[in-house]
Design a protein around this ligand. Structure first.
Ligand code: ADP
Ligand code: ZN
Length: 372
């Protein structure tokens, strides 16, 4: 078991990582269940998959403490993170009589977590919520740090708020049912932590990544705890991404978002897969600038390929050129007028924010990668 504090003045919270935690929900989340019982059910949000797989165990655990759950269920997929989905969820919360002191429980991947977090940020000007992330991606990344959002016609995650959860409960055992492709996509974000800030962790993943992907309990828990500890530290230093600290977490994401946009944010390329490709591109572009060696860029690429993640954008068969990808980047949330900060590598295990990157040079670099 690992307990990792997220140290934020006035709204600090804990991330608890333990196999079987779901069965001990009433104990693990006791302070946030106090207002329930005596006819008041605990509000839970899940998607159809996480409800089918994990609601029965949680209901049993709650029942043993005379608690009942009431469920709001969304369809799996990004469509749930919409204005319509937000409206339905907030209407449901208001109909339940949720107060600012209450906590809503989010059981699912990033979709459920982002939607519930945003709904709780604005319901009664802010009620509490507990994250119970069930994908590797959500466990190591989106459930911690308080970024919440929905998607709109203009793009993904453009409407949202910073709203920290009160508790994050991570049960690695739920990953047993996660489809392998989703597992690999989440693993891309695990590799990200090694590449951006921890050379020893990156080396550990090179040696033990197969055990993590095979969901061996000790390796998996170590990978999750190390990832979360780094994220918690960075978020505590720069909660709202106003310094360049939190931006480090975007390694691979500027290139990655352009690829996601080009493939229509579809199942053709999952977010984690796009981030994997984005990290390869960031490493190779850093090598092109002479900041890391070609050997280091090849090492980063090999770790990504070894996990079964895509590592060559030429293999995507995109019909457009580097300039078209750069055009997507100009619409990135992180764009600052006509320039764009790029997350590059000084070393494997040390990312930094480069503000002197010429977008025409990025387009030329991408043309080479697309043709490779
Ligand atoms: P992400 O965390 O990557 O944003 P989503 O919330 O979109 O992921 O979930 C990805 C898919 O995985 C969805 O179809 C969801 O229902 C499914 N899913 C989530 N957690 C589990 C799990 N523990 N076992 C099986 N499927 C899961
Ligand atoms: Zn990401």
């Amino acid at each position: 078991m690992a307990v990792i504090p997220v140290a934020l003045a006035g709204r600090g919270y804990e991330v608890v990582i333990e196999g079987g935690l779901l069965d001990r929900l009433p104990q693990a989340a006791a302070p946030f269940l106090k207002g329930y019982g005596n006819g008041r059910a605990v509000p839970f949000v899940a998607d159809t998959n996480t409800r089918r797989l994990y609601a029965p165990a949680m209901e049993r655990a709650l029942a043993a403490h005379n608690l009942k759950a009431e469920w709001f269920i969304v369809e799996p997929g990004e469509d749930a993170k919409s204005w319509r989905g937000l409206e339905k969820l907030t209407d449901w919360l208001l109909a339940l009589g949720v107060t600012r002191k209450d906590h809503v429980f989010a059981l699912g991947g990033g979709v459920v977590g982002d939607l519930v977090g945003f709904a709780c940020a604005i319901t009664k000007r802010g009620c509490g919520f507990v994250q119970i992330p069930t994908t590797l991606l959500a466990q190591v990344d989106s459930s911690v740090g308080g970024k919440t959002a929905i998607n709109t016609a203009a793009g993904k995650n453009l409407i949202g708020a910073f709203h920290q959860p009160s508790l994050v409960l991570i049960d690695p055992l739920v990953l047993a049912t996660l489809p392998p492709r989703e597992m690999r996509a989440g693993y891309a974000e695990v590799l990200k932590y090694g590449l951006l800030g921890d050379a020893a962790f990156f080396a550990w993943l090179e040696a033990n990544g197969d055990k993590v992907l095979a969901r061996e309990p000790a390796a998996l828990e170590h990978a999750i705890a190390t990832s979360i500890a780094m994220k918690a530290r960075i978020v505590a230093e720069d909660e709202r991404e106003t310094a360049d600290r939190r931006a480090l977490l975007n390694l691979g994401h500027t290139f990655g978002h352009a690829l996601e946009a080009e493939t229509g944010f579809s199942q053709a390329l999952l977010h984690g897969e796009a981030v994997a490709l984005g990290m390869v591109l960031a490493a190779r572009y850093s090598a092109r600038r002479g900041e890391i060696s070609q050997e280091d860029a090849a090492r980063a690429t090999a770790a990504i390929a070894a996990a079964g993640l895509p590592s060559e954008i030429a293999a995507l068969g995109l019909s457009r050129d580097g300039a078209a990808l750069v055009e997507h980047m100009r619409h990135d949330k992180k764009a600052e007028g006509t320039t764009l900060p790029f997350l590059l590598l000084k070393a494997l295990g040390e990312a930094y924010v480069a503000r002197d990157v010429d977008l025409a040079d990025i387009a030329a670099f991408l043309d080479g990668e697309l043709a490779a």
